[in-house]
Design a protein around this ligand. Structure first.
Ligand SMILES: [Zn+2]
Length: 157
C-alpha cells in the first residue's frame, strides 16, 4: 500500500469510527514530512459548531502543534471531497496538497455532496443564493482600519 492510500485509509477509519459514534462520516489527517501531526473528525453535532468539519478540526490541531497558523509543507488526506470552507481554509493555511477518498459524486446519493455550493459560489455575488452586499462603511474621525493596521505592522519590523 502506498503512502497516499495508507493515509486515506486512516482518514476513512476515523470517519467510520465517528459514524459509529453517531457523528457524520468524515475524517481527516494532516501529514508533514511523512508523519501524521494531527487528525480530525466531523464534530458539528457534538459541538454545535458548523465549522467543525474534519479538515477544520485537523487543521486547528495541526496549527496548535506547530504553533503557527502556517501549514506550509503539510498534506491533508480526507475521507470525503472537501467542502468550499475547508478547501479555502487549507489554501489560506498554505497546505500544499490534498487527497480525498470519496468524491462529491460518491456522496450525492447520500446527501453528502457539496457540489451545489461549489456551483453557487462560482457565480457572481448578485446571482448567488445567499444575499451578499458590499456596504462601504468607515468610522468617522478614526484612521482607516487597513491603513492603520499597515502602519502598526511597518512599525514592528
Ligand atoms: Zn468542510
Amino acid at each position: 500500500m502506498d503512502n497516499e492510500t495508507h493515509f486515506l485509509c486512516e482518514a476513512i477509519e476515523l470517519a467510520r469510527t465517528n459514524s459509529q459514534n453517531g457523528g457524520r462520516p468524515f475524517g481527516a489527517v494532516v501529514v508533514k514530512d511523512g508523519e501524521v501531526i494531527a487528525t480530525g473528525v466531523n464534530e458539528i453535532l457534538t459541538t454545535n459548531d458548523p465549522t467543525a468539519h474534519a479538515e477544520m478540526t485537523a487543521l486547528r490541531l495541526a496549527s496548535q502543534k506547530l504553533k503557527s497558523p502556517n501549514l506550509q509543507g503539510c498534506t491533508v488526506y480526507t475521507s470525503g471531497h472537501p467542502c468550499p470552507m475547508c478547501m479555502a481554509a487549507m489554501r489560506l493555511a498554505g497546505v500544499k496538497a490534498v487527497s480525498y477518498a470519496y468524491s462529491n459524486d460518491d456522496g450525492a446519493p447520500f446527501g453528502l455532496s457539496t457540489a451545489a455550493i461549489y456551483e453557487d459560489l462560482a457565480k457572481p455575488f448578485a446571482e448567488q443564493s445567499m444575499t451578499i452586499r458590499y456596504v462601504r462603511t468607515r468610522l468617522e474621525n478614526q484612521p482607516d482600519l487597513y491603513a492603520d493596521w499597515k502602519r502598526r505592522q511597518d512599525k514592528r519590523s
